[in-house]
Write a protein that binds this ligand. Structure first.
Ligand code: GLN
Length: 536
């Protein structure tokens, strides 16, 4: 096999331009041409990983099979490519420094002054090259978080400069910028892009390709102007106009021939025309749904939709699988109570209670679950949502009025959700939860076994608390059964309510595994149940 090729994606002018989606779209096109591709995200912040970040800060924390707590862009990579990512796909400045400082303490640099260059940049380069050494990929796309010009991202850009110097034609740099549209004059402006490329040049990196985000089409004159001032080929100025769905972006990039420009620069053959039939079919169904269904999504970070990114995307995948448009009603759990719940959830044909930590909004979640259970509205509870369903059932069916999770009330006499044995002596916060993939055995004949079409599954976790088995018999006798068990430790992973069309709570996070190619069976079945409920 020839050398692994590296594509670097940097961002200029503004944050939030969608580097993750552009990277994932390029990867999709290269994959569709027959290349084995992976994407890596380098984040310039000092946290070792985003696991300890409040979702308001950085959106959802995405969990990989190997239990890494990572940036939400990795979710896009998996949803687009249908290939799992791992810890190696997300590295922060904090992790880089931690490694270097640990090595310094071990004496690895004995006698030397440890510096940003070369020690930090060497560690960054090592992490970038690591994915290329696995023999699993032909092309590694590395997305550099932040905006060029930020103090924080400097060591990353410097590492890119060094790698280009070392590897030449095996590398290519894509710079994503913004062409702002000025209403008054009615034109797209290129100056911020020119300045951002100048900043890259100051750091010694000449971008090969410019992907220009804009609200309007960029005419060929403008492309020529950008090419001239930024020192790139005209065909390497790629237009990225706003798309109505992120899943359209690969097709926009195909039309702009981003894949071919990249392959030319890397001196790689085009191989076949991109095989995108399934993708186009997905898009066709997405744009032309046959029906609609209203589902309430209840959580406490509703103001920031990125906090529930994977759940929202899983609903898009499941909607397409059911040929129906899922209208999500985002409801703040703090705004629901016993008095207003019926009115607030009147239009919902399905109710999802989201994951989370801490007791803010918890009673609202419990009220919503009671409403779903009593009115036989399809329900899916994820992680904390499942735990709330257990608490609700204990209080209102078993009559244990003070039942709670010991996360919310340490002194409850009925801790139906309790700290896991292995968590009892853990006080450190980073990376210490039950994380990553665990196997689960499903009860034959259960709703979940029906949904999956099998009884052995494996799903990703991120929690410290679990169902308290001391209460299991009481629950089973009263009609809430454990239909999914982690056999090694006999942990309850799934609960279902009998005599209900579809009431499922899962301790794991099915949303992380839903992709365009493989919509998650639990979401697909939940949306189906909600559609049936809506049709009466
Ligand atoms: N806070 C709960 C726990 O730690 C649930 C976590 C979650 O919803 N991801 O067990």
């Amino acid at each position: 096999m020839s050398a692994v090729k590296f594509v670097f994606v940097t961002g200029g002018v503004s944050s939030s331009l969608g580097k993750g989606i552009i990277s994932a779209s390029l990867a999709k096109l290269l994959q569709a041409r027959g290349y084995r591709v992976t994407i890596q995200k380098l984040d310039p912040y000092i946290n070792v990983d985003p696991g300890t970040l409040n979702p308001y800060e950085h959106g959802e924390c995405y969990v990989t099979n190997d239990g890494a707590e990572t940036d939400l862009d990795l979710g896009h990579y998996e949803r687009f490519l249908n290939v799992p990512t791992s810890q190696a796909n997300n590295v922060t400045t904090g992790r880089i420094y931690q490694t270097v400082i640990n090595k310094e303490r071990e004496g690895a640099y004995l006698g030397k002054t440890v510096q940003v260059i070369p020690h930090i940049t060497d560690e960054i380069k090592r992490r970038i090259k690591l994915l290329g050494e696995t023999d699993e990929y032909d092309i590694v796309i590395t997305e550099i978080g932040g905006t060029v010009g930020d103090i924080e991202s400097l060591p990353f850009v410097e590492s890119v400069r060094q790698l280009i110097w070392e590897m030449g034609n095996n590398c290519c740099v894509i710079h994503l910028t913004l062409l702002p549209y000025l209403n008054v004059t009615g034109e797209l402006k290129t100056k911020p892009t020119q300045h951002s490329v100048k900043t890259m040049l100051e750091y010694g990196v000449q971008p090969d390709i410019l992907v220009c985000r804009s609200e309007k089409h960029i005419g060929s004159d403008l492309k020529r102007k950008i090419a001239l001032f930024c020192n790139v080929n005209v065909n390497a100025v790629i237009e990225a106009v706003d798309a109505s769905s992120i899943y359209e972006v690969p097709l926009h990039m195909l039309k702009e021939q981003l894949d071919k420009v990249v392959l030319n620069k890397l001196k790689l053959p085009y191989k076949q025309e991109p095989e995108l039939e399934a993708w186009k079919d997905f898009l066709g169904r997405l744009k032309h749904p046959v029906s609609e269904v209203n589902i309430a999504l209840i959580g406490k970070y509703i103001e920031l939709k990125d906090a529930y990114k994977s759940i929202a995307e899983a609903f898009i995948h499941a909607g397409v699988a059911n040929e129906c448009k899922v209208n999500l009603d985002w409801i703040h759990s703090e705004k629901i109570n016993e008095e207003n719940v019926a009115e607030r959830l009147r239009k919902a044909s399905g109710i999802l209670v989201a994951p989370g930590f801490g007791d803010r909004g918890i009673e609202g979640k419990i009220s919503a679950i009671r409403y779903a259970r009593e009115n036989k509205i399809p329900f899916l509870g994820i992680c904390l949502g499942m735990q709330c369903a257990v608490v609700e059932f204990a209080r209102n069916v078993l009559g244990l009025k003070d039942a709670h999770s010991s996360e919310m009330n340490k002194d409850t006499k009925n801790p139906v959700i309790d700290l896991m044995q292995g968590q009892k002596n853990i006080s450190a916060k980073g990376g210490t939860m039950r994380l990553g993939e665990y196997p689960c055995t499903l009860a034959k004949g259960s709703k979940v076994a029906q949904a999956y079409g099998k009884t052995k599954i494996s799903e990703r976790h991120r929690h410290r608390y679990e169902f308290n088995n001391k209460y299991l018999k009481k629950f089973e006798d009263a009609g809430m059964s454990a239909t999914g068990i982690y056999p090694n430790e006999n942990l309850v992973e799934i609960v279902e309510v009998k005599n209900h069309p579809w009431f499922v709570g899962v301790q794991f996070h099915p949303e992380y595994k839903s992709t365009v190619e493989n919509p998650h069976p639990l979401f697909v079945r939940f949306v189906k149940a909600a559609s049936e409920y809506q049709k009466g």
